[in-house]
Design a protein. Structure first.
Lengths: 290, 364
């Protein structure tokens, strides 16, 4: 950002200080601590012993952990793809609605945020369990005689992740579509394009920034999440998040946990820098430069 | 060529367009003129297919197109905000409709070249819409529509977002382009100047109703209703009453005081004792110190102020009933000493020819 004069610069400094300070103390410093820990030796009862070793990183890239990394990437990718497939039509419908329906729908999309995340995940246990809503309904209707084991399955993990992430996908796509000039669609139809062509040639390209933002909001947090696989997936569906939690709790291997975290953060940084590179959010910086 | 037959558009219990019938000829430059909310844009959107019609018929070359989706109508639109596709460059914007028609690559590029040449944008093919000025974007929008060779080109206030100078220049270019292409243009505007300069015919609209549809000269000289008279140009209005009709000679009492005799060029449908409004353009009046001659009409007034506007001086004249009227006097007449300049508060007579003016129904 170019600053026209000194006074302007100090003004900006003053304005960004609170958020910058917050990020520095509660975000950047802990990250640095984690990075340092990842090179230390493991303490016997948790904690670290100062020193320098690459053993934990070797460990991270050994067979068993790399497999979990790949699993996590697959899971996050599929979750992201499915949330796009489910969320896009919802966002499209919302954007096409009149303003009254729009705010009602937005209310429903935001509604889950009013309940604690853990409670929402637990509610899935109630729904999917042996005595849960789905099994009871199916048994009652006579479609099955034995309850299905829906819980502790990959299916349950996906269900949980998709449920949890949908609003994060819907909202950015909606906001991109909502900003779009309706006359572009009309212009396309006016020039002879049918609805399908208009969607793929005009509407969808206009919504790509929203989709990309949605991908960032869904993919990266899913990689690090540990609560959903823990509660809905059981041991067979562990992802990196679970692995890291395990190292800090039962495993008592803080340096390994830190190394895993650092690799995860590094991955996230790659994705985010790609996002910034290609969909630079500061394209609107003109506002500041004026 | 294009016939609108009793078309209406009803939203809830208000009619945006109320039983409008129009017949637009092939090759015509047709203008829909009116203030915002008069229904002119709705009519355009109904022709394009973006709005359903509540009732009526839209015939294009005899075929009812009212139920066809926009992409099946052989008409194209130039949008008010241009609606260029931001993700395509100028070439691809202009080629958009041609690609859908499955023309070969060479044909597409030939047509795009021609289209861009027509609007004077050769060499801009690779630019993105965001890199163009408003006027250039407008030209691209025009090229994008005309390369499809539509039967009708619909233009929704295409000049309203441009600077005044550029808009005036584009007016002339639009007329030239339309003559060259021979495509029927239907042009929506709220700017009466634009409508007068561009059109073969103007349809004046208000509150969803079509008030008058005529060529610009008739609209200006013989408006058939108060709204049109007031909306187009400047007009002075006097309340009056018809005292006598004797063939082509109508005797009118103006402002309860002045008796004038009016000889309209066209036949009128008024009766004795009708309360009317008499309308007079500022340029139809003369100012003088002498009482009007018997071949003229005239009333008395006081000069309240004068405004010099280049080729004319605008005099604001106060009448005895405190009504103010405007008279425009050509300045070259003053310079040639054919007319004396006047002082403030000078008592004068305004006079006009017995053929001048219009009588309108007293319905404001």
């Amino acid at each position: 950002m170019k600053t026209k004069n000194k006074k302007n610069f100090y003004e900006l400094l003053f304005l960004i200080f609170p958020s910058f300070g917050w990020l520095l103390f509660f975000f950047l410093i802990p990250l640095i601590i984690a990075l340092i820990y990842s090179f230390n030796y493991k303490g016997t009862h948790g904690g670290v012993i100062p020193g320098f070793t690459l053993e934990h990183y070797k460990n991270v890239f050994s067979g068993q952990y790399i497999k979990i990394f790949l699993n996590s990437l697959t899971l996050a990718s599929i979750t992201t793809a499915l949330t796009i497939l489910i969320g896009y039509p919802v966002a499209y419908f919302m954007a096409a609605s009149n303003s009254k329906l729009k705010s009602i729908l937005m209310f429903f999309v935001i509604l889950p945020f009013w309940t604690n995340f853990l409670i929402r995940v637990y509610s899935f246990i109630m729904i999917l369990g042996r005595e849960g809503l789905i099994n009871k309904t199916l048994m009652w209707s006579g479609m099955i005689s034995e309850p299905l084991s829906l819980l502790n399955s990959t299916f349950a993990v996906y269900l949980g992740f998709i449920y949890y992430n949908l609003p994060y996908m819907i909202i950015p796509i909606f906001s991109a579509l909502d900003k779009m000039d309706v006359s572009l669609i009309e212009a396309s139809m006016d020039l002879g394009a049918g609805k399908k062509r208009t969607f793929f040639k005009i509407t969808f390209p206009q919504s790509i920034p929203g989709v990309v933002a949605g991908i960032v909001f869904v993919f990266i947090p899913t990689l690090g999440n540990f609560v959903i696989p823990d509660l809905l997936g059981g041991k067979d569906n562990y992802i990196i998040g679970n692995l890291i939690t395990l190292q800090f709790q039962q495993g008592r291997n803080w340096p390994l946990g830190s190394a895993l975290s650092s690799v995860l953060i590094f991955l996230a940084m790659i994705f985010i820098s790609l996002y910034i590179r290609y969909y630079n959010p500061s394209k609107s910086k003109k506002m500041i430069e004026v | 060529m294009l016939e609108l037959i009793n078309i209406s558009k009803i939203y809830g219990n208000t009619a945006a367009v109320n039983d409008v019938s129009l017949n637009i000829e092939s090759g015509e430059f047709f203008c829909l003129l009116g203030p915002s909310g008069c229904g002119k844009t709705t009519i355009l959107r109904m022709i394009a297919g973006f709005e359903n019609i509540s009732s009526g018929k839209i015939l294009l070359d005899g075929e009812d197109i009212a139920q066809l989706p926009p992409y099946k109508r052989n008409v194209n639109t130039v949008f008010q905000n241009y609606a260029l596709f931001p993700n395509y460059n100028v070439f691809d914007n202009v080629a958009y409709g041609l690609k859908i028609k499955k023309l070969s690559k060479q044909e597409i590029s030939k047509n795009v070249d021609e289209g861009l040449a027509m609007v004077g944008l050769t060499g801009y093919e690779k630019r993105m819409p965001s890199q163009l000025s408003g006027g250039q974007q407008q030209r691209v929008a025009l090229a994008r529509a005309i390369v499809n060779k539509p039967k009708i080109l619909l233009l929704d206030e295409p000049l309203s977002a441009l600077d005044k100078k550029i808009a005036e220049q584009t007016r002339i270019e639009l007329i030239t382009l339309q003559r060259k292409l021979g495509i029927t243009f239907i042009f929506v505007t709220h700017n009466q100047q634009e409508a007068l300069t561009l059109s073969d015919r103007i349809a004046v609209m208000k509150n969803g109703f079509l008030l008058q549809c005529d060529n610009p000269q008739t609209i200006y000289e013989s408006p058939n209703n108060y709204f049109t008279a007031d909306f187009i140009g400047t007009m002075n209005f006097f309340d009056g009453e018809i005292l006598d009709i004797n063939g082509q000679n109508i005797t009118i009492k103006l402002l309860d005081r002045f008796i004038i005799s009016y000889k309209p060029k066209k036949k009128t449908n008024f009766n004795i004792k009708d309360k009317i409004i008499f309308g007079l353009r500022p340029e139809q009046m003369k100012i003088g110190l002498l009482e009007p001659k018997d071949y003229e009409n005239g009333i008395e007034g006081i000069i309240e102020s004068q405004i010099f506007i280049g080729e004319i001086t605008k005099y604001i004249i106060k009448l005895e009933n405190n009504q103010k009227i405007t008279a425009n006097i050509l300045n070259y007449l003053v310079l040639d000493s054919k007319v004396m300049p006047y002082d403030m508060n000078e008592r004068i007579f305004i006079s006009w020819s017995k053929n001048s003016g219009v009588i309108l129904e007293n319905k404001k």
